[in-house]
Design a protein around this ligand. Structure first.
Ligand code: NAD
Ligand code: DAU
Length: 332
């Protein structure tokens, strides 16, 4: 049993990770989260008070971070500004949280010799052609496209530098697109599901041929815990579940699963610099650490996710109108 600090634990993947820890381990968990527009304490209700503590604060607050690192054995770092479209609108918070925030945690890890796992994204590798036989691997050169992905790439490089220069005990994982419960309605899959619930047609950027490599958030959590338990310090592991789908196919699946005609969606203004395709080769994680995903069936994963959004309108409704107003202002 150890004491784990989860930064960004009120966000989508962080909250799924906290639930995973509660259900599958006996670790004591503290969440540090500043509750930006993307953080939601309602994602962390009904957790046992003897094993769970919530701290409302910022990862750039060095004094608070110092205190929390002193009290915990392991830190899993999810906190970030995470949405590409927002980063195109206003990059500054991405630099602040993703770069300065990660730097603040690294300095505390260095001081207390804390085991740190840094959560990152496959977007640091840029994008692939649709017909490229290669997928991203741990040796693919970094080539990020957006303000979001470039700040995540910068944060990864900081972690590597702190490992090499100061001996910080860290690992990094770069995961593909997650789906599942507790995801903010700004993101592709929950945006379309909640649109259909509200009788609004889904919105597809451009032609909808862009490919994402989908993984259920639970599988991301089990992969992260595998790396925390068995990963080699200083190493990077790619996390993916062989879930490549183009956006058009995903929208059509959502529509038909929700009893609508498959073509009941609109094409809208494309994202500037829109990455074409992501694809992950997770052989290293599977062969060296023995991890494998358990939510392999995307259709049933989407059906369960649709059911979750239908059953939890009170969770997402307060953010839906502002999200759609932002998209409408950009023709999306
Ligand atoms: P999210 O936007 O849903 O959640 C981010 C959380 O971080 C929120 O709770 C927010 O309040 C918190 N936060 C933001 N700035 C903070 C700060 N300065 N101090 C403290 N807390 C702060 O993001 P997500 O989709 O859950 O992504 C979590 C992590 O996983 C990110 O690092 C992201 O880059 C990475 N990632 C996401 C995906 C994906 O598909 N969503 C895939 C791969 C990697
Ligand atoms: O690959 C991992 C990344 O996945 C993470 O690092 C990011 O934090 C996460 O947000 C996600 O990034 P994407 O930009 O791929 O996700 P998003 O949900 O914004 O969009 C998925 C795809 O769907 C992308 O090709 C853009 C498209 N899209 C998105 C929205 C919101 C649409 O076609 N219509 C939409 O309304």
């Amino acid at each position: 049993m150890s004491k784990i600090l989860v930064t960004g634990g009120a966000g989508f993947i962080g909250s799924n990770f906290v639930h995973y820890l509660m259900d599958n381990t006996d670790h004591e968990v503290t969440v540090l989260d500043s509750l930006t527009y993307a953080g939601n304490k309602a994602s962390l209700v009904d957790l046992p008070s003897n094993r769970f503590t919530f701290v409302h604060g910022d990862i750039r607050d060095a004094e608070l971070v110092d205190e929390l690192f002193r009290k915990n054995d392991t830190v899993v770092h999810y906190a970030a500004e995470s949405h590409n479209d927002n980063s195109l609108d206003n990059p500054r918070p991405f630099l602040e949280t993703n770069i300065i925030g990660t730097y603040t945690l690294l300095e505390a890890a260095r001081k207390y010799d804390t085991r740190l796992h840094h959560i990152s994204t496959d977007e640091v590798y840029g994008d692939l052609e649709l017909d490229d036989p290669e997928r991203f691997s741990e040796s693919t050169p970094y080539n990020p496209s957006s303000p979001y992905s470039s700040t995540k790439a910068g944060s990864d490089l900081l972690v590597r530098a702190w490992v090499r220069s100061f001996g910080v005990r860290a690992t990094i994982s770069n995961c593909s697109n997650n789906y599942g419960p507790y995801q903010h309605v700004e993101k592709f899959i929950p945006r379309q599901i909640t649109n259909v619930i509200r009788g609004v047609r889904p919105k597809l950027y451009g032609a909808g041929e862009n490919v994402r490599d989908w993984i259920h958030a639970d599988d991301h959590s089990s992969a992260v815990m595998t790396i925390v338990d068995k990963g080699v310090l200083g190493e990077t592991y790619l996390i993916g579940a062989d879930g490549e789908k183009n956006n058009k196919d995903v929208v059509e699946l959502i529509l038909t699963t929700m009893g609508q005609p498959a073509d009941a969606y609109d094409h809208v203004t494309d994202r500037p610099g829109h990455d074409l395709r992501y694809a992950i080769d997770s052989t290293k994680l599977r062969t060296e650490l023995g991890w494998k995903p358990t939510h392999a069936d995307f259709e049933s994963g989407i059906a369960a996710t649709i059911d979750w959004y239908k059953a939890n309108e009170a969770w997402w409704a307060p953010t839906k109108d502002a999200t759609e107003a932002f998209y409408a202002s950009k023709g999306q």
